[in-house]
Design a binder for this molecule. Structure first.
Ligand code: LLP
Length: 379
């Protein structure tokens, strides 16, 4: 990845850096491999206005989980009809934003929510398109990373309740059934859970032969290579889409939709930070940087490791072992322990790679810290 170091030297750190050229190439690969799958972008992964605009221009839809995300997507140029609204706790205000804009689909997660959407749509004289989010209860013992598609979590409607949910949609005057929505989990690197999901979709459809599901939305979750961003800057979209094509048994006229977040924006972003101090402890040497868990919480929250690159050190020197830590007053504000880096000095610029997804969107101002404006690279 290209890093415009001279521009970085002038900038206040920490900030996010986005390689929009890589984003364009990633989107081109999605389009090349998707075939007739309708691809939406999960806005929660990154809602930077320039990024959203590029993705809207590429023709993807927007998968939103709040009124704010719907508004940001409309402002970025996504057509309302290509916006979907998911989430277990949609408020009346947010539902009204979606109804007024005329979004393409509400992915409903409970019967009380369905009733509220029906009532609010009625007040506005509209009919709301809805898809029922089904919890596919895909076996977590074989795939422990699948944490959202299990019967015990809060997402979706369990299979035993699906018949009632379909009846409820059909009985209410101001909602119309568009299809079914699923999601198996995130950072999924094996194709098996997707094949499994496709088989589950076929079983479900077989139980409802007389119900029209125009749309089958298989959710998102395709993972990225967090350890080798330069070797694998673009995920294997070909394998993903061919798994869907090969395993879904579609009815005539049926559309397949998916909503990818991390795989689209994950590799194009880095958090850039400056070394404030190098501290030699009795047991460890610490690199203390000016970005922390307030700017990139994934290491503290999920024990995630983002590759760390010293952009100022000359390549090829001897590697030293450091704990790389942020300035926040929490002992979990650690990016990595025993990380091998070239000899690192105060003032060096450090890139935390693979941070384009769930980096900036999960930042906070804890400790009243401040994230500086992003820098973009276009080749
Ligand atoms: N669709 C639904 C219904 C979802 O819940 C999610 C993500 C997506 C699509 C997009 O998934 P993706 O393609 O990005 O994996 N903050 C965590 C990830 C949370 C994902 C939540 N749902 C992280 O930093 O790893």
């Amino acid at each position: 990845m290209e890093f415009p170091i001279n521009e970085f030297q002038q900038a206040e750190t920490p900030f996010y850096y986005y390689d929009l050229g890589l984003l364009r190439r990633t989107l081109a690969e999605v389009k090349r491999t998707a075939g007739d799958v309708h691809v939406s972008y999960a806005v929660k992964a990154n809602n930077d206005a320039r990024i959203l605009k590029l993705i809207a221009e590429a023709g993807l839809g927007a998968d939103c989980v709040s009124g704010g995300e719907i508004e940001a997507s409309l402002a970025a140029g996504f057509p309302a009809g290509k916006i979907t609204f998911a989430g277990v706790g949609k408020t009346d205000r947010e539902i009204t934003i979606g109804l007024t804009a005329g979004i393409g689909c509400f992915n409903i997660e409970s019967l009380p929510e369905l009733e509220v959407i029906n009532e609010l749509a009625g007040k506005l004289g509209k009919v709301a398109p809805v898809a029922i989010r089904v919890n596919p209860n895909i076996d977590a013992h074989t795939h422990s990373y699948i944490t959202t598609g299990l019967a015990e979590n809060k997402f979706g409607i369990n299979l035993e309740q699906l018949a009632d949910a379909i009846d409820a949609v059909r009985s209410l005057p101001n909602v119309s059934l568009r299809g079914l929505h699923f999601h198996v989990g995130s950072q999924v690197l094996s194709m098996e859970p997707y094949a499994h999901l496709c088989r589950r979709v076929a079983e479900i459809e077989a139980s409802f032969p007389d119900v029209e599901f125009k749309v089958i939305n298989v959710g998102g979750g395709l993972g990225i290579d967090y350890e080798n961003p330069d070797a694998n800057p673009i995920p294997d979209f070909g394998a993903y889409f061919s798994t869907l094509h090969n395993n879904l048994q579609l009815r005539p006229g049926q559309e397949v939709h998916c909503e990818l977040g991390r795989s689209i924006v994950g590799q194009c972003g880095s958090l850039i930070s400056r070394v404030v101090y190098v501290k030699h402890g009795t047991k460890k040497d610490f690199v203390i940087v000016d970005g922390g868990m307030s700017e990139l919480i994934r290491p503290a929250l999920y024990d995630a490791h983002h590759p760390i690159q010293n952009l100022s050190a000359a390549a090829g020197g001897e590697l030293m072992k450091y704990d790389v830590v942020g300035p926040v007053c929490e002992s979990s504000d650690v990016f990595a322990t025993d990380e091998l880096l070239p000899e690192t000095r105060r003032g060096d610029l450090i890139a935390f790679r693979c941070a384009g997804a769930y980096g900036e969107t999960m930042a906070s101002n804890y400790n009243l810290r401040h994230l500086n404006p992003s820098i973009y690279y276009e080749d």
